[in-house]
Write a protein that binds this ligand. Structure first.
Ligand SMILES: [Zn+2]
Length: 467
């Protein structure tokens, strides 16, 4: 050891450990989560179960694995039956057909969830490029018989919301105008020529067409070639809906009963399914690991929280959200009183704060609950809490929460083949888990109750015919 090192070591030894503010349980919960138990749980899911698109054998294995995990930890668990969309990926290939634009060129493509298959031999058609749904509508009859390419310039995570409508609604809009197929530039912030999938929506009355995502590099190639002249692409996509399209699956629901106010329920959730190209480490294995580790830590506390803490691992967030709707409807018919719901579906990056969507005054109450997170640099409170799977609960007035996390690299890997365990930093996951576990305890145990949401006046999203 050099002198400098020795001095540094002494300084470390004499610096008092940061003791989090707030209730005495805070120090124990944060310390326990920071030991890093969430990472090996995530490794079991990604490396042991692997890909798990809803309706697949992998998804059913994930249901079995997570229910067994709760049983191993002596936490009561039940399966809530859900019928889920089963869509399977097939062969997928695309190429620029040689012609005036140049020689044939392969394109990296992957089908979007709910895509129809191409006919045997694929489709060959001229590409027409648009940058918005309005631009597509303006083209009108010129779209007929073409492959529509939805182009955009996503650069940072916050752009996802700006451009995701192109993927979700673009292919159906192209189908209505008679397009033979649609290609969407991958919604990603970085790429090593890996296309990123995701669901697309064909509402009732719109026959599905083949729809795929192009790697960013290939979307740019096609754009450049279009600058030289007409571009024809051959597209072979095998993705298709099963017959029948709905198959049985389940949400996994586990509970630690409250001592004092057991009828008041705090839900913590994440989604168990993941896109099939990778192993769903950041989307949403990390969230599942955070929820499981939180339940393990809370179950091991000297006493249970006052309210019931319920973990819900939702099925098929990615390609239908049937698990979210089934949970909401089941809880409604059971008359469950939810006092808060918190979702973990923003990856494995470090937590920077807590987001809450609730009635007036909620941010102040959550701010007081989150005070112990100052020791993690995660006590800032914002007003944007929620997630797809807990969003139906807004129609029951339930306050919705989530962590703010570092998502600067999330969309480099999201929905792609590179969403694998190596992208997860165990220390960052442990830090985010600590923030999540503490907030779960605080919501379940605090004497304060969050003010409820005014029930939205708009129609619930899961009842819209366009879904
Ligand atoms: Zn997700």
């Amino acid at each position: 050891m050099t002198l400098a090192c020795a001095v540094a070591a002494m300084a470390l030894a004499t610096t008092p450990p940061t003791v989090p503010a707030g209730p005495p349980e805070a120090a124990r919960i944060l310390a326990e989560a920071l030991r890093g138990g969430s990472y090996p749980v995530l490794a079991e899911l990604t490396d042991g179960v692997g890909a798990r698109l809803a309706g697949s054998a992998g998804a059913e294995e994930a249901v079995r694995w997570s229910a067994d995990w709760f049983r191993r930890h002596a936490i009561p668990v039940r399966l809530e039956p859900v019928m889920v969309t089963r869509w399977t990926r097939g062969e997928e290939r695309a190429e620029v057909v040689g012609g005036t634009g140049g020689r044939p060129q392969p394109l990296a493509v992957t089908a979007l969830g709910m895509s129809a298959p191409t006919p045997p031999g694929g489709v060959v058609a001229e590409v027409i490029e648009v940058r918005s749904l309005d631009e597509l509508a303006d083209l009108g009859p010129r779209v007929k018989g073409r492959i529509v390419l939805f182009q955009h310039d996503m650069k940072v995570a916050a752009d996802y919301g700006r451009f995701s409508g192109l993927r979700i609604r673009g292919p159906a809009a192209a189908a209505r105008l008679g397009a033979v197929a649609a290609l969407v530039r991958s919604l990603s912030t970085a790429t090593l020529r890996t296309p990123h999938t995701g669901t697309t929506s064909f509402p009732p009355g719109v026959a599905a067409i083949p729809a795929g995502a192009l790697a960013v590099e290939d979307a740019e190639l096609v754009h450049r070639l279009l600058g030289r002249g007409p571009v024809r692409v051959r597209l072979i996509l095998g993705g298709s809906l099963a017959d029948p399209p709905l198959v049985p699956s389940a949400n996994v629901v586990a509970e630690i009963r409250g001592d004092g106010k057991p009828d008041e329920v705090v839900v913590i959730g994440a989604h168990l399914d993941a896109w099939d190209l990778g192993t769903g480490a950041i989307d949403d294995g990390a969230g599942v690991a955070m929820v499981l580790e939180t339940m393990r830590i809370v179950a091991a506390m000297p006493r249970p929280p006052r309210r019931t803490l319920r973990a819900v691992l939702f099925m098929n967030e990615e390609n239908g959200a049937e698990g979210a709707v089934a949970y909401h409807e089941g809880a409604l018919s059971a008359g469950t009183l939810h006092v808060a719901a918190m979702e973990a579906d923003a990856g494995a990056g470090r937590a920077t704060g807590v987001e809450v969507t609730a009635g007036p005054g909620a941010k102040e109450i959550v701010g007081a609950m989150a005070a112990p997170l100052a020791s993690l640099g995660a006590s800032r409170v914002g007003g944007n809490g929620g997630g797809v799977d807990i969003s139906p609960l807004a129609w029951a007035g339930v306050p919705l929460l989530s962590l703010a996390q570092d998502t600067s690299r999330y969309f480099d890997w999201h929905h792609g083949a590179a969403d694998t365990l190596d992208k997860v930093d165990p220390a960052e996951l442990a830090q985010a888990t600590a923030a999540f576990a503490w907030m779960a305890w605080a919501l379940a145990d605090s004497p304060a109750t969050l003010p409820r949401l005014a029930v939205p006046e708009r129609e619930p999203w899961w009842k819209r015919p366009s879904r």
